[in-house]
Design a binder for this molecule. Structure first.
Ligand SMILES: Nc1nc2c(ncn2[C@@H]2O[C@H](COP(=O)(O)OP(=O)(O)OP(=O)(O)O)[C@@H](O)[C@H]2O)c(=O)[nH]1
Length: 506
């Protein structure tokens, strides 16, 4: 359970780091892309400077212009100048070309015949007029005071013999950029010094402030009617993450109500309070980051799962092995115990000889062998003479030792195939396969002689131990060993009666 939780955490962490790593990479790529797009967009904004920069100078030198400004009240000269400016504008394709006298009043214009003609308007307040008067030349980006359209103004002082007569102005319509930018995949927006978008690839972004306006700025805009009724509520834009001073990730709520995330990079337009921004959708970068996150976490998940399965298989194999070993150990212990019990159940604890049970267990096999192969089988019963007396005179432990010593002697006189048991008390029995009564009597006699010849000597006991033996032979066809046993018992009885320390065959 803990392992699974740790593995899940590892998978989640790998997904997070893979996503973040690929996302950062994507952002670096976007930074470069945005920089180059900004270059292009800025160049488009600056293009009029290059295209029309020369024009006011030409105008300022032209005799019609100089003449008109020399006599600002002369309507005829002004009309001539307007005709000339109209022709110039027709070939230059600027928005409006006009002449302002030393007081700031427009006396001639290429749009002299238009309803919203500039003629008669006073532009003394315009910075381009003031700067041109002061410095000879001026450029200015601004929103048209009459047209409310964004424009680029190039102004040149018209001088004669050190005297400034007025200013020749070329106003370039910047709204053309809107159309050119429609071909852009990314969004471009130009904002004025209040942060209001007035040029954009997205018509629905136009005349919206990028950020909420301060009350003062809003009042001023309303009072000056800079955007008239076109001003809209702020763009529903939220900064998700600020990357650098001029870069950020923003979310803009679109028509569908869903936030679209963009990487945005901005740059000021030189010589104006304007800012130009490029918005590149983040969807591609995010999709790639998700793909990398999925594949990385998938691979790591697979590796971890494999490792966990291997570990589990290993643990199970170890468990099985230790269970097998434990079982084997138990089995050996049980086997040893069972052998011990078996040995105990067929062994006489005092002498270590087989007991009566073992005798009756092994004899049927010997009997059947004798019957099958027609070979003799004999029984010898051995009984210690006057054993009670030994016990009484020397104590029970001494009697025990006599029984143990006699067991050793009996075992020494036996063959591998013979069966020797303590039958009970001081009585022992032998079953001798492949042995007839005569040979069995010899075995018994040898044993009797060895015992009586002080072979059984117990410390503190002066010897004199004797045994009596009864011998009988199994007769073929007899049912079991019982009859032969009875005959051996009878023989032993006779041996005891005849004075003991003897072997009797029956
Ligand atoms: N020390 C000892 N004595 C035992 C053991 N088993 C039986 N006895 C004794 O053996 C004696 C057998 O005595 P009896 O059956 O009277 O026979 P006996 O004294 O040997 O006399 P006979 O057999 O007639 O010569 C009894 O006193 C038993 O207590 C034993 O394991 N250890």
């Amino acid at each position: 359970m803990r392992n699974t939780a740790a593995a899940l955490a590892a998978v989640a962490a790998s997904a997070y780091f893979a996503y973040d790593f690929r996302w950062q990479q994507g952002i670096v790529e976007l930074e470069e892309e945005a920089a180059s797009r900004l270059d292009v967009a800025s160049a488009a904004v600056f293009a009029p400077t290059q295209k029309f920069g020369y024009l006011p100078e030409l105008l300022a030198d032209h005799p019609v212009v100089v003449n008109a400004l020399r006599h600002p009240q002369d309507r005829q000269r002004a009309r001539e100048a307007s005709r000339y400016l109209e022709r110039v504008n027709a070939s230059a394709q600027a928005a409006v070309v006009y002449l302002i006298d030393g007081e700031g009043r427009t006396i001639a214009a290429s749009n002299a015949d238009a309803v919203d003609s500039f003629i008669g308007r006073n532009y003394a307040f315009r910075p381009y007029f003031q700067n041109a008067i002061a410095n000879g030349k001026a450029t200015f980006y601004g929103i048209g005071a009459t047209s409310l359209l964004p424009g680029y103004y190039v102004a040149q002082a018209v001088r004669e013999g050190g005297r400034t007569l007025g200013v020749a102005v070329v106003k370039v319509d910047m709204t053309q950029l809107d159309q050119e930018w429609q071909r852009n995949e990314d969004e471009v927006a130009v904002t004025d010094d209040n942060g209001i978008i007035f040029l954009s690839t997205r018509p629905d972004w136009k005349y919206r402030p990028m950020v909420s306006l301060h009350a003062e700025a809003l009042d001023e805009i309303k009072r000056s009617r800079q955007y008239g009724t076109m001003l809209k509520p702020p763009l529903p834009m939220r900064t998700v993450r600020t990357l650098h001073g001029n870069e950020a990730v923003v979310s803009i709520v679109g028509d569908g109500g869903n936030g679209v995330r963009f990487f945005v990079r901005s740059r000021p337009v030189e010589g104006s309070g304007w800012n130009i921004s490029v918005f590149i959708p983040l969807s591609e970068v995010e999709a790639r980051a998700w793909r990398v996150a999925f594949s990385t976490s998938g691979a790591i998940g697979l590796i971890l799962m494999t490792l966990m399965m291997l570990a589990q298989a290993h643990a199970r194999a170890e468990e099985r092995e230790s269970a097998r070993q434990a079982l084997e150990k138990k089995h050996s212990e049980l086997q040893a115990l069972s052998e011990e019990l078996r040995a105990a159940s067929i062994t006489d604890p005092l002498t270590g000889a087989y007991n009566r049970r073992f005798f009756f267990e092994s004899v049927p096999k010997i009997v059947s062998t004798a019957n099958r192969h027609h070979v003799p089988l004999s029984i010898v019963t051995i009984d210690v003479d006057h054993f009670k007396r030994i016990n009484d005179m020397y104590g029970h432990p001494a009697g025990d030792k006599v029984l143990q010593a006699l067991t050793v002697l009996c075992k020494e006189s036996l063959r591998e195939s013979d069966v020797f048991c303590r039958f009970g008390g001081e009585e022992f029995i032998m079953a001798l396969p492949n042995t007839d009564a005569e040979a069995a009597a010899q075995v018994a006699e040898r044993l009797r002689v060895r015992v009586s010849a002080h072979a059984v000597e117990i410390k503190g006991m002066p010897g004199g131990i004797t045994v009596s033996c009864g011998v009988s032979q199994y007769r073929e066809g007899e049912q079991g060993i019982e009859a032969a046993l009875r005959r051996a018992d009878d023989a032993l009885y006779v041996a005891k009666n005849e004075g003991r320390n003897r072997v009797v065959v029956r």
